[in-house]
Design a protein around this ligand. Sequence first.
Ligand code: ZN
Ligand code: ZN
Length: 109
Amino acid sequence: MRCTRTRRVPLDLMREARERSGAGDVDRSVQCQLGAHGDGEHFGLLDDEQEYGTALWLRWRGDGQVAPAVLADCPTAEPGADGKGCSLFARHAAPHTWTEHGDLPSLTT
Ligand SMILES: [Zn+2]
Ligand SMILES: [Zn+2]
């Protein structure tokens, strides 16, 4: 189960994400990428084409302000020889993506 909260991306952040990635489109809204977690901070992925090992996230709490955050990738992979990597950021609160909700949908290209 993945958290179902979504949030519109503010225009200035969309512009920033576009400039950083050099890519075309950035989604107009993002869904929280954490496993279902109730209240607390939500994190939507804006752009993972950052410097190696980091990604640009949109972070918000309830109906409050959103803030961008460049976070290091989660270093914890699934145990085993060909375990999947986790798609979240280091020290996230919810379970690793490979534990319960499988592959994340890819960003619109
Ligand atoms: Zn969430
Ligand atoms: Zn993880």
